[in-house]
Design a protein around this ligand. Structure first.
Ligand code: IMP
Ligand code: MG
Length: 179
């Protein structure tokens, strides 16, 4: 894992503070209720783990895996379910936790599928949002950081399955050279 072609964007401290703020906001909105937190694999696993440990409402956790980017940094525009939820969500408060919203294709697909299962509420919490890249109109209800059009690694996000374990967020420079 080379770091020489990366540049830091968000420090561990910045992330920790923002995740605590998001968790407080969500806890306030769902006071007295239960929440099913749905992590989108794999990118959201670290964000989800930190987020729920800062929340003070009862939570259940489930995961979905959908294919989007494969090993490239370009979105194919195709989405498929690779792993579905283990439980029905009808009548439940569902919070989708995503690592990053880019074109919006993945999120729109997940929202359509889950909405058909008649949850009581369906909200989205993304760690990062790149609105300048949007091709379909979706927006998160909660968002950690809005960023420019960079390719990001760390804190769960990968490039070709590398860098997920970095505790901070870094910009990957010179992606073309790495292909
Ligand atoms: P979308 O369908 O184009 O919105 O892409 C969403 C998915 O693409 C995210 O859940 C990520 O897995 C991946 N992705 C998009 N941008 C980045 C990035 O900058 N770094 C790493 N993964 C990304
Ligand atoms: Mg993802």
């Amino acid at each position: 894992m080379q770091l020489s072609n990366t540049k830091i964007l968000l420090s561990e401290q910045q992330i920790e503070k923002r995740v605590q703020e998001l968790a407080s906001e969500i806890s306030r909105d769902f006071i007295g209720e239960e929440l099913l937190v749905v992590g989108i694999l794999k990118g959201a696993f670290i964000f989800l783990a930190d987020l729920i440990r800062n929340m003070d409402v009862p939570v259940q956790v489930d995961f979905m895996d959908v294919s989007s980017y494969g090993l490239s940094t370009k979105s194919s525009g195709e989405v498929r379910i690779m792993k579905d939820l283990e439980q029905p969500i009808e009548g439940k408060n569902v919070l989708i936790v995503e690592d990053i919203i880019d074109s919006g294709t993945t999120l729109k697909f997940i929202l359509e599928i889950l909405q058909r299962r008649k949850p009581r509420t369906l909200k989205v919490c993304s760690f990062l949002d790149k609105p300048s890249r949007r091709r379909v109109p979706v927006a998160p209800d909660y968002n950690g950081f809005t960023i420019e059009d960079h390719f990001i690694v760390g804190y769960g996000l990968d490039y070709a399955e590398q860098y997920r374990n970095l505790p901070m967020v870094r910009i990957l420079l010179n992606q073309e050279l790495m292909k």
